[in-house]
Ligand binder design. Structure first.
Ligand code: DX5
Ligand code: ZN
Length: 221
């Protein structure tokens, strides 16, 4: 049985007001991590921001940055994002030919390595490589945009990961991203997630910190 982790709440600043990023990050002072969504307009149809803004976020907070690379050719960019202050670098398996080599490259930079799977990508081919990863991010929406509806069928991947990780005694964390809110987080926790990304549920609220606390309470199993 793997160690038990407290639920980790990682607000996505994609849903924040970029004209006042410092204040927006201060509004989630009780969060565990800050989730940083990088979109290149190719791997996903939307464009967000790049390494310079990620470095700005790093200057604005002491919290670990969970950097989600929704980009093509992630191997060309991981060093830049490591320098920008990433604590974890999450790449998509759909964007690289050799996920294990890329995980090694990321760990050699002193950064935690993670992979993500889009809703249509099965998890089974990657189970044998889990020891190379500090975290797995299961997408519960099609990546590219905040504010979409949670896809509960994706929790089947979480259950498979939870079983495999526990059976092998690994300490790989399971994170979920997309449509997480006060009405969906409990089922994701129940399925075995350790970490929870929430964008619009946190930032569209009047009191983002209160939502962070509430999400953490609801995620406690
Ligand atoms: C989607 C991003 C998510 C997104 C989550 O492509 O990876 O991190 O910001 O936003 P919500 O919580 O609004 O679904
Ligand atoms: Zn994300």
């Amino acid at each position: 049985m793997a160690m038990q982790h407290a639920p980790i709440i990682a607000p996505s600043i994609l849903a924040a007001d970029f004209s006042r990023l410092g204040e927006e990050i201060a509004r989630i002072h009780n969060a565990d991590w800050v989730h940083v969504d990088i979109m290149d307009g190719h791997f996903v149809p939307n464009l967000s921001f790049g390494p310079d803004i990620a470095a700005t976020v790093h200057r604005l907070t002491d919290k670990p940055l969970d950097v989600h690379l929704m980009i093509e050719e992630p191997e060309r960019w991981v060093e830049r994002y490591a320098q920008a202050g990433a604590h974890t670098l999450i790449f998509h398996v759909e964007a690289t030919a050799d996920p294990v080599a890329l995980a090694r490259q990321i760990r050699a930079l002193g950064v935690r390595a993670a992979f993500s799977v889009k809703p249509g990508t099965p998890i089974e081919p990657y189970l044998e490589h889990l020891e190379h990863f500090d975290e797995v991010l299961v997408m519960s929406v099609e990546p590219g945009f905040g504010g979409q509806s949670f896809m509960p069928e994706q929790l089947e991947k979480v259950r498979t990961l939870r079983r495999t990780i526990d059976e092998r005694g690994l300490d790989t964390l399971i994170e979920i991203d997309g449509g997480i809110s006060e009405s969906t987080i409990a089922q994701a926790a129940e399925a075995g997630c350790d970490a929870f990304v929430a964008g619009s549920a946190v930032y569209k609220a009047d009191d983002p910190a209160a939502v962070v606390d509430s999400l953490r309470t609801l995620a406690r199993r």
